[in-house]
Ligand binder design. Structure first.
Ligand code: FMN
Length: 352
């Protein structure tokens, strides 16, 4: 069924420039933060079977908001009130960055997709830490950290020091932390940490007392994934992995525009990566946060069955509107009922 958001609101929003609307929607949500308690009563997931414990965090739902929507943590209270089990903010870097030149965000409505070439614009860790200190929501907030995009090549010690500084600044304001090791849209973000030596240097440099996830792009193959897991192996403070968009265009998307593709076309590679990670990683230590093309409960359920413990969405919020969270929750409850499953955590990995 087509929602009123899709019939009335979306056509109006889609007449405007994508980045302008993204920015306006965040500022609107920031100003409307006082409505959060009311919205929370409407959208809160009602089914106890959806509650999960991941990396020591209790969440009311395994569905979260992916990084990139609220880059600067302006609107966490209102966004959390849409029913999410967690909200991830960022990516945030040690210093402010303007990101890549505009235009850098493009819609592909026929494919329920977005081409994103932002290049990590954000206000910098100090400013974001101040906003996070003022948040009210009790929904867990993940803080996603990345190297400052200065649009020049930088030496490795500078890049690593940048992550370390952000983590230090943001640590106490995060319920969990994510190191974005794989921005598809910056020259040094793409393959820098594929080298195990650098990844070890970074992990050695961090002091972290919060759950820590590593956000990685889909791997070229099993040997690359195994090398990554081996590099992480000695670090007890890593809780798991999150899957980023790959650089380049997925199957079925032909475009000369620069950037990575989110939404429906991103699902296949993401699902393959979840399954492979789940098969190869030490499951007694690590958990997976999956994202990529989650529009329906069936999309999320598939990711849980392949091995994700948490699933995030972003692009479906743009195409389906805020009601998408609730419809995924309702659909998941129906799937659990159909399959006679007691709680969502019981399906994690059963189809890997
Ligand atoms: C406009 C846009 C900006 C994004 N920015 C970030 C980012 O700053 N950091 C990050 O880790 N992921 C970022 N992502 C990736 C999302 O967090 C998510 O992994 C990806 O979009 C797949 O989910 P989706 O298909 O539901 O959108 C961004 C995605 C989009 C569409």
């Amino acid at each position: 069924m087509v929602s009123s958001y899709e019939r009335i609101v979306r056509p109006a929003l889609f007449r405007a420039d994508p980045e302008w609307i993204h920015d306006r929607s965040i500022r609107f949500a920031q100003r409307a933060g006082f409505l959060a308690p009311l919205l929370d009563r409407v959208f809160r997931p009602a089914d106890e079977r959806l509650a999960v414990d991941v990396a020591g965090l209790r969440m009311r739902s395994p569905i979260g908001l992916a990084a990139g929507y609220d880059k600067n943590a302006r609107a966490v209270d209102l966004l959390a009130a849409l029913g999410f089990g967690h909200v991830e903010v960022g990516s945030i870097s040690a210093d402010h960055s303007d990101g890549n030149p505009r235009p850098r965000l493009f819609r592909l409505p026929a494919q329920d997709a977005i081409i994103v070439y932002y290049g990590l614009p954000n206000d910098g860790a100090d400013r974001v830490a101040e906003r996070l200190a003022a948040r009210r929501t009790r929904v867990p907030v993940g803080v996603n950290v990345v190297n400052t995009n200065r649009r020049t090549e930088e030496p490795e010690d500078v890049i690593i020091a940048d992550y370390v500084r952000s983590v230090r600044t943001l640590h106490d304001h995060a319920d969990y932390l994510v190191l974005n090791l794989s921005c598809p849209n910056t020259s040094d973000g793409r393959g820098f940490f594929h080298e195990p030596r650098r990844l070890k240097l970074l992990l050695e440099g961090l002091t972290v007392a919060k759950p820590l996830f590593l956000k990685v792009a889909p791997f070229a193959g099993t040997p690359e994934l195994d090398a990554f897991l081996e590099a992480v192996d000695g670090f007890g403070h890593v809780s798991g992995f999150s899957i980023n968009l790959p650089a380049g265009k997925p199957e079925g998307v032909v475009s000369d525009l620069p950037g990575a593709v989110s939404g429906r076309p991103a699902a296949k590679r993401a699902d393959e990566t979840i399954r492979l990670l789940y098969q190869r990683m030490d499951r007694s230590r690590f958990t997976i946060i999956g994202s990529g093309g989650v529009f329906t409960a069936a999309d999320a359920y598939r990711k849980f069955r392949l091995g994700a413990s948490l699933v995030q969405l972003f692009t479906s919020l743009v195409y389906r509107g805020p009601g998408v969270v609730r419809s995924v929750h309702d659909g998941l409850a129906a799937l659990l009922e159909r399959d006679g499953v007691r709680r969502i955590a019981d399906v994690v990995g059963v189809g890997a």
